[in-house]
Ligand binder design. Structure first.
Ligand SMILES: [Ca+2]
Ligand SMILES: [Ca+2]
Length: 754
C-alpha cells in the first residue's frame, strides 16, 4: 500500500485486527456455466448446453477407466485454506487455475485411482482436450493463418504440472513417434462428442478431414530446462487440416495441459521525424533533489546496445564501452562488472553484440540510463535518460540481418537470471506480441516476480490502439508487471492526450491493462551507430523505458533512506518489493483527459479505465523530497503478509493547517491510496487470472456509512491485483480509515502486499 497527499498527515498507524470470514459456498456442478467460470468464453463456443458437457465428461472418464497413467484433472474445492491444503497434500503435482473466493480449482496430475480416493472434492474430472487449446486458436487455424508462404508460425505446449526435464524429453519422443508414423490421427476419433455448438460442429468437420488427410510430421523440440515443448515451424502450404489435426492431437495427450500459438515478438516503437523535446521534463524535481539512479541497475532485453555511443561509453573522450571485455564474454554464465560506467553486462543471447543504425535497443537504454560522461544532469542540451546515474545489464535478442527478434520466451529466467546477478531488479521490455490472450510468457513473468519479489517487470502495451479495444499484447498482460501505454508528449497536465496508437485494454479476463501511461509520441534518445547522435522515436516502446527509469529512482529513494522524512537517512534504508515500487508508480498517476482515435474524440473520466489504466505517471506527486510544508505526506507498507479473514486497518488525519494547493501543487489535491500484491502464477488456460483477492476500502470517519471502494467501483474489486482509491480534497481534520481485507488467499498460506 502506498498513500500520499499534500495535505495529509499520517499519525495513527497501524491498528491491526483479525476477524474470521465465513467461506462456506460450494463449487456447484461441473456444468457449462461452471466450465465457463473456469475456462472462459471458449467453453460456450465449443459446447452448447449441459447435455454436451455431460457427454464429454462421460467420454473422458470412459477413456481413462483402465488407464494407469497420471492425467491432468480439474480438481475444485471450497476456497478455505484447510480444504485447499488437504487437496494439495494429497496431489503434490498441481498448478492453480482459478479462485473466485468460494471455489478454488487446480489442475492436478494424478492417476484416476488417486482422484477416485479424493471423496471430499466438489469437482474432479479429467481436463477435456478442448479446454487445453488457447482461446481463439481454433479460429486462427481455421482461417488459414498458418497456411501460405508468409507463414512463420509454430505451436507452444505446456506439459502437466510437476514434470521434470527427463519426463519432458520422454514425452517429446513419444509425441514425435505418434506424429511421424501418422498414428496420432487415431487419437482424434474421440476428440469431440457430438455437440450442437457452431464451433463444435466445425471442429467435428475439420477433424474428420484431418483424420483422412493430415500429414505425418516430425519436428518437435524440447525447450531445455523448462516444462515446455515447441513445434517451431508448423506451416503447410496447401491447407490447414494438418495443423488442426496436430493441435487437436496434442490436446488429447494426457501429459499436456495447454497448447497455444508460438509468440511472435515485435518491437513496440514507431519511428518518426524527431520533435526536439525531451520527455523527461516532468521529473526534474527528482534530479534536483539528488535522485539520479545511483546504485541502480536496469535489465533490458532488446535489439542491441551501441556501447561506443557517447551515452554509454566509458569516458567522454572515447575509450568505448568495450574496454572491459569480460562484461561481454562468456555470456552464458552472465559475467558482469559493476565498475563499468554504464554497461555492466552484455549477453549476446539469441542476437549479437551490436545494434543497428538508429537501433531500437540503444534508444530504449538511452531513455532509461543514457548519460554523456561529464555532462550536466538536467541540462537542456543533452538527452540523458531518466536515471542518468544508473547502469544497464543488457540482453541482445536481435541481429542486423534479421528484423525479427528472438528472446527465450519459454525460459525467460535464462534472460533474467544473469541480469539479476548483475544487480538488476527492474526489467524493461519494449517488445511483445499481437496477442491479447494471457499466455505462457505472461505466466513466466508472474512466476519470476512471485519467486523474486524484489523484481518488477515493465512492459510496453503495444501500438495497436487504432484497431480498437482488447489490443494490449502479451506479455504485457501478466498480472504482476506494469504495462505501459503512451500519451502525446506535447500535451501536459491537466490536458494530457492519449496517443492514438496506444494499445487499449482490457486483458482477456477484464483486468485494467495498460496499468499506466507515459509520453511516447516523440522521445529523443541515443542513436545507435552514431558517435553521439540522437534520434526521435515514438511508440509504447518509448514510454515503457520512461517508467522503468522512474522505477529505478523509486528504488533509490527507499534504498537510500529518503522515506519517511524526505531526507536521505542511513538508518531508514530498506529494499522495496517490486509490488511497492509498482504501487508508488501507480499512486503517482494523474488523469489523462482525452483520446482521439479515427477522428472520434473521447473524453476520459477519472482513472482507472482501459485506455489510460491508472493514468500518467507523475512521480513528484508522491515522493517527499525535503522537509518543506508543500511536500506530499507519504506512508508505505511493504511485504506485509495477510491471510484469508485478516483485516488490517490504517488511520490518517488530514492536517489541521490544510490549505487547498494551487499552481503546480494542484496535482496533489487528494488523498490517494494504492494496494498491490504480486500474485502467484497459475495456468494460461484460466478464465480469470488473479488467484488471490485482497480488498481495499476507505472511509471518512465523519461519514462511516458510505465506504469508498477502489477502481471507480460501487463494491469490492474481484478481478485486479491493483486497487486504488482517490478521495478528492478532504477537509482539515478529516479522519480517513483504510482497511485491507484478506478476502480469499488459498493458493499459498499467506499473501504479502504493498
Ligand atoms: Ca543485436
Ligand atoms: Ca479485491
Amino acid at each position: 500500500m502506498h498513500i500520499s497527499g499534500i495535505s495529509l498527515l499520517a499519525f495513527l498507524v497501524p491498528a491491526f485486527t483479525v476477524q474470521s470470514l465465513a467461506t462456506t459456498v460450494s463449487c456447484g456442478a461441473p456444468n457449462l456455466q461452471f466450465l465457463q467460470t473456469v475456462f472462459g468464453k471458449e467453453a460456450v463456443m465449443e459446447l452448447s448446453n449441459d447435455a454436451d458437457v455431460a457427454r464429454l465428461m462421460s467420454l473422458e472418464w470412459g477413456r481413462w477407466e483402465t488407464d494407469p497413467r497420471r492425467l491432468p484433472f480439474l480438481a475444485c474445492t471450497t476456497s478455505n485454506r484447510e480444504s485447499v491444503q488437504h487437496l494439495l497434500n494429497e496431489v503434490p503435482l498441481h498448478v492453480p487455475l482459478m479462485n473466485d473466493g468460494s471455489c478454488a480449482c487446480f489442475v492436478v496430475h494424478a492417476t484416476k485411482d488417486k482422484v477416485d480416493l479424493l471423496a471430499d472434492l466438489e469437482i474432479a474430472t479429467p481436463v477435456p482436450g478442448i479446454f487445453k487449446i488457447a482461446e481463439g486458436f481454433f479460429d486462427q487455424m481455421n482461417s488459414d493463418a498458418f497456411v501460405g508462404a508468409a507463414c512463420r508460425k509454430g505451436v507452444h505446449v505446456t506439459t502437466a504440472p510437476g514434470f521434470d526435464p527427463v519426463d519432458v524429453q520422454e514425452l517429446a519422443d513419444r509425441v514425435r513417434t505418434r506424429l511421424s508414423t501418422g498414428t496420432y490421427r487415431q487419437d482424434l476419433a474421440n476428440f469431440f462428442v457430438s455437440t450442437d455448438s457452431v464451433r463444435g460442429q466445425r471442429w467435428q468437420e475439420r477433424i474428420a478431414t484431418a483424420v483422412s488427410h493430415a500429414k505425418n510430421f516430425t519436428s518437435i523440440e524440447v525447450i531445455a530446462d523448462t516444462p515446455y515443448l515447441s513445434i517451431p515451424d508448423l506451416c503447410f502450404p496447401e491447407d490447414s487440416s494438418s495443423i488442426i489435426a496436430i493441435v487437436a492431437y496434442l490436446a488429447t495427450v494426457p501429459d499436456i495441459v495447454y497448447v497455444e500459438p508460438s509468440p511472435v515478438v515485435t518491437l513496440h516503437n514507431w519511428n518518426s521525424a524527431g520533435i526536439v523535446q525531451s520527455g523527461t521534463s516532468t521529473i526534474a524535481p527528482l534530479w534536483a533533489a539528488g535522485l539520479t539512479g545511483k546504485g541502480q541497475v536496469v535489465g533490458v532485453s532488446d535489439t542491441g546496445l551501441d556501447v561506443t555511443n557517447c551515452y554509454f561509453r566509458q569516458t567522454a573522450g572515447g575509450g568505448g564501452g568495450t574496454s572491459d571485455t569480460s562484461v561481454f564474454t562468456p555470456a552464458s554464465i552472465g559475467a558482469f562488472n559493476i565498475k563499468q560506467r554504464k554497461v555492466v553486462q552484455y549477453v549476446p543471447g539469441n542476437g549479437d553484440s551490436v545494434d543497428v543504425l538508429n537501433g531500437h535497443g540503444t534508444h530504449v537504454c538511452g531513455t532509461i540510463v543514457g548519460y554523456i560522461a561529464g555532462s550536466a544532469i538536467g541540462g537542456t542540451n543533452n538527452y540523458n535518460g531518466v536515471a542518468p546515474e544508473a547502469k544497464v545489464a543488457f540482453f541482445d535478442g536481435g541481429t542486423a540481418q534479421d528484423t525479427g527478434l528472438s528472446f527465450p520466451l519459454s525460459s525467460l529466467h535464462h534472460m533474467y537470471r544473469p541480469q539479476l546477478r548483475a544487480g538488476a531488479r527492474v526489467f524493461s521490455q519494449s517488445w511483445g506480441t499481437g496477442s491479447n490472450n494471457y499466455a505462457s510468457t505472461d505466466v513466466q513473468i508472474d512466476r519470476y516476480m512471485y519467486q523474486n519479489p524484489q523484481t518488477l517487470t515493465i512492459n510496453s502495451a503495444g501500438n495497436d490502439g487504432r484497431l480498437g479495444t482488447s489490443t494490449v499484447g502479451s506479455p504485457s498482460l501478466s498480472k504482476n508487471c506494469i504495462s505501459v501505454g503512451a500519451t502525446d508528449i506535447l500535451t501536459t497536465y491537466p490536458t494530457i492526450n492519449l496517443a492514438d496508437f496506444s494499445s487499449i485494454g482490457p486483458s482477456g479476463d477484464g483486468r485494467f491493462k495498460p496499468d499506466l501511461v507515459a509520453p511516447g509520441t516523440s522521445i529523443i534518445s541515443a542513436a545507435g551507430g552514431t558517435a553521439c547522435g540522437t534520434v526521435g522515436k515514438r511508440g509504447t516502446s518509448m514510454s515503457c523505458p520512461l517508467v522503468a527509469g522512474l522505477a529505478l529512482l523509486v528504488r533509490q529513494y527507499f534504498m537510500e533512506g529518503w522515506y519517511p522524512t524526505g531526507v536521505k537517512t542511513t538508518a531508514n534504508r530498506f529494499v522495496p518489493s517490486g509490488a511497492l515500487v509498482k504501487a508508488m508508480l501507480i499512486n503517482s498517476a494523474v488523469r489523462v483527459q482525452r483520446y482521439t482515435n479515427n477522428s472520434v474524440v473521447l473524453m476520459l473520466g477519472p482513472p482507472p479505465d482501459m485506455y489510460q489504466g491508472f493514468g500518467q505517471v507523475m512521480m513528484s506527486r508522491v515522493l517527499r523530497l525535503g522537509t518543506g510544508s508543500t511536500q506530499p505526506d507519504l506512508f508505505v507498507v511493504t511485504s506485509r503478509p495477510t491471510a484469508t479473514g485478516n483485516v488490517h486497518t490504517y488511520k490518517f488525519t488530514v492536517r489541521s493547517n490544510y490549505v487547498p494547493p494551487t499552481g503546480s501543487n494542484a496535482v496533489r489535491d487528494a488523498f490517494e491510496v494504492t494496494l498491490t500484491w504480486t500474485d502467484p502464477d497459475g495456468l494460461a488456460s484460466a478464465a480469470k487470472n488473479v488467484l488471490h483477492d485482497l480488498d481495499l476500502v476507505a472511509s471518512l470517519d465523519s461519514v462511516p456509512a458510505t465506504p469508498r471502494f477502489p477502481n471507480n467501483l460501487a463494491g469490492p474489486d474481484t478481478l485486479n491485483n491493483v486497487e486504488k482509491i482517490r478521495i478528492e480534497a478532504p477537509s482539515p481534520g478529516d479522519v480517513i480509515t483504510i482497511s485491507i481485507t484478506g478476502t480469499s488467499i488459498v493458493v499459498t498460506p499467506t499473501q504479502t502486499y504493498a
